[in-house]
Design a protein around this ligand. Structure first.
Ligand SMILES: Cc1cc2nc3c(=O)[nH]c(=O)nc-3n(C[C@H](O)[C@H](O)[C@H](O)COP(=O)(O)OP(=O)(O)OC[C@H]3O[C@@H](n4cnc5c(N)ncnc54)[C@H](O)[C@@H]3O)c2cc1C
Ligand code: SF4
Ligand code: SF4
Ligand code: SF4
Length: 595
């Protein structure tokens, strides 16, 4: 028996063997559609829940830990289609949600850098894996080859349909090709991942603008369905005097020119207006075009910028300044050229609707800054009339439109978002089109549950510092404007970063029928993760609600592990004298309904 809460060595060996024996001999796999399992996965795996494409993050990180890079890449590809691209430029909502970044837990896992690692480190012999459905004989026109259109076409091809993409530009990729600069996203890598999609049987027609070269109406007649994924192409303007001066650029047009190899004249001092992806890319590109002083001017604060910390860091490193809480009033010029901007200072005011704050100009706070050029990067809006004057009925929450057989996806529906949201939107729309064409639900999301033999990671991994990304030096960045700044992880760095992940897909549970309420697990727990519970309410949607805890032994109905607080250290599992703590791997998977 245990002495002072510890087993003898022999007992421990017996216990471990027994656990392994049990786990191996009765390894159980189940597929569930029970709302309680969906609820558990959503709450327990915050990174996956935050990812619009529901990428199996702990699953692929575990594969990287086992040096199975190809499998990690495929797990990613199965959800987000373009892991090499996203591993470089994803907006990373998963990292904001990561449990490792919660108060007292440290810093979030470098999920995105690990995604890139599996794309970079997989074998050159790697083969993509796809389960293709038999041809249905149905064809679908997809308008736009940005991430949303590509994702929709990818899934439609897998489902056996014949997608044909109509793209107005010369090359495919949308903002990936024409917006994001090459120093963040190499074009050969982008084309490899686009070609992986085209190879599935997707036809691509470039320089074909719908509305100009062919009408939406013709597409509806010639195809069984149409998906409009035309993105956001209508730039927002400043609406201030002086916007028509020479050297006042629109952010998207500026990036398109830079990405086409042109060198817009920016002068020495550049004022960028805007706080999003486009603004930062314009500022970093202006530095590469020879500007000596580049500053971003934003109405709110740096904390409100919708870009990742790494990018803010790189922009700072490249010498880009930020002027927060300012708003342009007028662009001034002489002889048709910009001489500076008149700004007004702003303050933040709380509001009742998201994002719950707005900037308000402060009276009599005007000031002037001199500059040689202005880049207005205020974002873009969808241009419905670009596609067709007859277009009706866009609903943010539905892939269908007001026209029968016409669906929509990506930024065109939601307004400017990010690549991962556009991909998730494209995939959702493909399923809606498939249902429309076949009247069958052919793919279903289920929870896969698998009994797990071990806890997998020692506690010491919790104290590993986040591995920084390798980058090239400033002189190399300036010498070659297209040279990729981030150079990725080597295998050792990828291994180290992968060790930091708690593997939140492992669910810890106490068997209430075997538990003897000794509280040994509570004594060793590093967090408030094991609870004496009076009741666990069930919500209206069938998921579990928050535990009602109690400190009174006579009210305790069970000792329960709170998987939202658990950091998967395994200490409770090791110490339990009754061996009543089990570990189950839980994964969201898309199941083909023919299986
Ligand atoms: C400069 C810049 C940097 C960005 N950086 C990031 C980043 O780092 N991370 C991130 O997650 N997101 C970033 N974004 C946002 C991201 O690129 C978009 O949210 C995403 O590309 C939207 O995908 P989409 O497929 O909906 O639209 P788009 O990518 O805009 O693609 C739409 C496609 O439709 C085509 N099209 C439009 N009208 C027609 C027509 N009538 N006929 C035929 N074709 C048509 C367009 O040419 C385009 O190829 C950035 C955006 C910009 C502009
Ligand atoms: S620790 Fe790992 S599994 Fe948990 S939220 Fe972070 S990345 Fe996801
Ligand atoms: S494994 Fe057990 S002791 Fe460790 S954090 Fe989770 S519940 Fe707490
Ligand atoms: S789960 Fe195990 S360690 Fe925890 S109270 Fe029950 S018997 Fe004791």
């Amino acid at each position: 028996m245990k002495k002072n809460g510890l087993y003898s060595k022999e007992e421990k060996i017996f216990q471990d063997k027994n656990k392994l024996y049990r786990a191996h001999s009765v390894k159980q796999i189940a597929y569930s559609t029970d709302p309680r399992d969906f609820g558990q996965v959503a709450k327990s795996i915050p990174c996956q829940e935050a990812c619009p494409a529901r990428t199996n993050i702990p699953g692929y990180i575990r594969c990287i830990n086992e040096k199975r890079y190809g499998r990690a890449y495929e797990l990613n590809r199965g959800a987000n289609i373009m892991p090499g691209v996203l591993g470089r430029i994803c907006s990373r909502p998963c990292e904001t949600a990561c449990r490792h970044g919660a108060p007292d837990n440290g810093v979030s896992v470098g999920i995105c850098h690990l995604k890139r690692a599996c794309a970079d480190l997989k074998s050159p012999m790697h083969r993509i894996i796809e389960g293709l459905y038999a041809p249905t004989g149905k064809s679908v026109a997809v308008v736009g080859s940005g991430p949303a259109g590509l994702a929709a076409a990818h899934d439609l091809a897998i489902l056996g349909h014949r997608p044909v993409i109509f793209e107005s530009m010369e090359k495919p990729g949308g903002m990936l090709m024409y917006g994001i600069p090459e120093f963040r996203l190499p074009r050969d890598l982008l084309m490899t991942e686009i070609n992986n999609i085209l190879r599935l049987g997707v036809e691509l027609k470039t320089s074909q603008a719908v509305g100009t070269h062919i009408t939406l109406e013709t597409l509806t007649q010639e195809f069984d369905a149409v998906v409009v994924a035309a993105g956001c192409t209508k730039p927002r303007v400043l609406e201030v005097d002086g916007e028509d001066l020479e050297n006042v650029y629109n952010g998207l047009e500026f990036m398109k020119a830079v990405n086409a190899g042109e060198t817009p004249v920016v002068g020495n001092t550049v004022a960028v207006i805007g706080a999003g992806f486009t603004a930062v890319d314009c500022a970093r590109s202006a530095i590469r075009l020879g500007a000596q002083q580049v500053a971003m001017h934003i109405r709110k604060t740096m904390d409100d910028m919708r870009i990742d910390e790494t990018e803010k860091h790189e922009a700072r490193f490249e010498g880009i300044g930020v002027e927060s809480l300012v708003q342009p009033v007028k662009i001034l010029g002489e002889n048709g050229k910009v001489t500076g901007i008149q700004f007004v200072r702003t303050r933040i005011e709380k509001t009742g609707t998201p994002p719950f704050k707005k900037s308000v100009p402060i009276a009599d706070s005007e000031f002037f800054i001199p500059c040689d050029s202005v880049i207005a990067a205020l974002g873009q809006a969808p241009d419905v009339h670009d596609v067709s004057d007859a277009f009706t009925g866009l609903d943010k929450d539905s892939p269908a439109t007001g026209v029968k057989g016409v669906f929509a996806a990506g930024d065109f529906v939601t307004g400017s978002t990010d690549v991962i949201s556009a991909i998730a939107g494209g995939r959702r729309t493909a399923l809606a089109v498939d249902l429309y064409l076949t009247d069958m639900e052919r793919k279903k999301t289920v929870v896969r549950l698998e009994s797990h033999a071990t806890t997998d990671r020692p506690r010491s991994y919790d104290f590993i510092d986040r591995v920084p990304m390798n980058t090239i030096a400033m002189d190399q960045r300036l010498a070659d404007h297209t040279k990729e700044v981030e150079t990725g992880f080597d295998p050792d760095q990828a291994l180290e970063e992968s060790q930091r992940c708690y593997l939140c897909n492992l669910k810890y549970e106490i068997d209430p029928l075997r538990c003897i309420y000794c509280s040994a697990c509570i004594d060793v727990a590093p967090k408030d993760c094991i609870k004496m519970v009076e009741t666990i309410p069930v919500n209206a949607d069938g998921t579990y609600g928050r535990y009602v805890q109690t400190g009174q032994w006579n009210q305790v109905v069970s000792i329960t592990i709170d998987n939202e607080a658990c950091i998967r250290c395994g200490q409770c599992y090791d110490v339990c004298p009754m061996d009543c703590i089990s570990v189950t791997k839980t994964e969201l998977i898309q199941m083909d309904m023919d299986e």
